[in-house]
Design a protein. Structure first.
Length: 479
């Protein structure tokens, strides 16, 4: 006779919830994004042009990209100065950091006629530049105010912790480099102002980050919604069709649908419910976007991240966003040694990922609605330490998209990189001639924000660089 088994429901309930960790198991990154996303500031934004759809995509290079090898001068005299600063052309074991001219991808700055070489691993970037949809923003860095060599030497009103990873990363993200106490970022503060006008989904932030929290997108009331390369994190077992998963789903729904007398418990249960449902809805919307563009994701996490960004942009209507800000990142730039080899790997990945994303935006028909830009802690010393380069300041960044003025450089690429040039702080650390604030201000104006007192709440130091009420873009890298 076959033995019979009676299901003990309460022990099973405890076991399943114990396995899942109870409600605490639902506190994944998607939940935290929902739990702490409060109603946004009801600021007066009627003057802003928030019509249509627009997105900003930040590619942060953690560790400090040696960006004067990403973009090097080719004109005879300028190249000679570059090679002097870099100790000659690199050969294995010789300690030099100069790149061979015949390996560079040549471009011309049509505004000045100067010629430059794009890094050997960035052929795709050269193609987008020549197509007119990419520019390099030259010698940019975090500044409190326009700064001269004399002010630097007098240590007058400089960013705190110059040449420090943690400080300069924070300064790029907050745009308040005179303090370490700032806890919100420029993109977060911008989202605070406009999210109620552009985001119809209270549970998924207009600021979306891949795989990690960041300060740039964190505002007073808006924080980034964190997703992985594969989408929003869902609760394991929930919604699956096998027996134990069905039981777990039923028990989870039961726990989250109860009425709790304790306000904290009720709020937490509601947030868990919203986070769980939002993650499922996000993934359904993103997975419904079919792209013909092939992303080169093998050994390229950045391309995988940008593939998810592309799917999310494609799902913008289903998600409920008419404005989005994305944050993706790639590490491995702190190359005190093995600079040449490490940069070859990393810059190739960046170039491939940017081209894949560029093609996807064209496929989706939003190439004129999306601007992608790079950021990094700082550039690196032009002088070699014998193995690589060390922490510096002003460097070069990439800006890409249909609205970009391509085929010309923006900002000021130094006339000479030779040791002792007018911007040389020592060892080839360059004093920035363009501020991060000017870059952020132009992006914010293109995004739809007016250059009024709102801009000052986003960028507290902006009036040191841009006058209130000016309608022309500060730097002119966007059309």
């Amino acid at each position: 006779m076959r033995p019979t088994h009676r299901i003990h429901r309460e022990p099973l309930r405890r076991d399943v919830l114990k396995l899942a960790g109870g409600c605490a198991a639902l506190t994944n990154t998607s939940l935290l994004s929902t739990l702490f996303s409060l109603s946004a500031t009801n600021a007066a934004v009627a003057a802003n042009d928030l019509s249509g759809y627009k997105a900003l995509v930040c590619v942060f290079m953690y560790g400090g990209n040696d960006s004067f090898n990403m973009l090097t001068p080719l004109d005879t005299a300028e190249r000679a100065d570059y090679l002097t600063a870099r100790g000659g052309v690199y050969q294995p074991g010789n300690g030099a950091l100069g790149l061979p001219e015949n390996e560079l991808h040549p471009i011309t700055d049509n505004a000045t006629g100067r010629t430059f070489g794009v890094h050997p691993g960035m052929g795709d970037v050269q193609q987008i530049y020549q197509a007119g949809d990419l520019t390099f923003l030259c010698n940019i860095g975090s500044l409190v105010e326009p700064t001269t060599m004399a002010q630097y030497q007098a240590q007058s009103n400089l960013p705190l912790g110059l040449f420090s990873h943690a400080d300069l990363q924070r300064h790029w993200m907050t745009s308040v480099p005179q303090t370490r106490s700032q806890v919100t970022g420029w993109a977060g503060r911008m989202a605070d102002l406009i999210t109620s006008q552009v985001n119809s989904n209270d549970n998924i932030s207009m600021n979306i980050a891949l795989n990690s929290v960041n300060m740039m997108q964190t505002g007073g009331s808006v924080i980034p919604y964190i997703v992985t390369n594969s989408g929003a994190s869902e609760v394991g077992w929930y919604g699956q069709t096998w027996t134990q998963a069905k039981i777990f789903t039923q028990l989870t729904d039961d726990v989250l649908s109860r009425s709790y007398g304790n306000l904290v418990e009720q709020t937490f249960a509601n947030a868990n419910r919203n986070a769980l449902d939002s993650a499922i809805a996000f993934n359904e919307a993103a997975n419904a976007v079919n792209l013909n563009t092939t992303f080169r994701t093998d050994n390229n996490s950045l391309s995988s991240q940008l593939q998810m960004v592309a799917k999310t942009i494609g799902a913008r209507d289903a998600i409920g966003h008419s404005r989005q800000i994305f944050f993706v990142n790639i590490g491995g730039w702190d190359n005190h040694d093995e600079l040449i080899n490490n940069q070859q790997t990393n810059l190739t990945r960046v170039s491939e990922a940017l081209k894949d994303f560029y093609d996807a935006m064209t496929e989706l028909g939003v190439q004129n609605d999306v601007v992608t830009f790079t950021a990094s802690d700082f550039a690196r010393t032009l002088n070699s330490n014998g193995r690589g380069s060390d922490h510096a300041w002003g460097g070069n960044q990439i800006i890409m998209g249909g609205p970009v003025r391509g085929n010309q450089l923006c900002g000021t690429y130094p006339d000479s990189l030779a040791p002792g040039n007018p911007l040389d702080l020592g060892r080839g650390r360059l004093l920035p001639t363009t501020s991060v604030d000017e870059m952020w201000c132009e992006l914010a104006m293109w995004y739809g924000l007016e250059n009024d007192n709102q801009m000052e709440s986003i960028l507290p130091n902006i009036r040191n660089f841009v006058n209130q009420g000016e309608t022309a873009y500060p730097l002119g890298f966007l059309a």
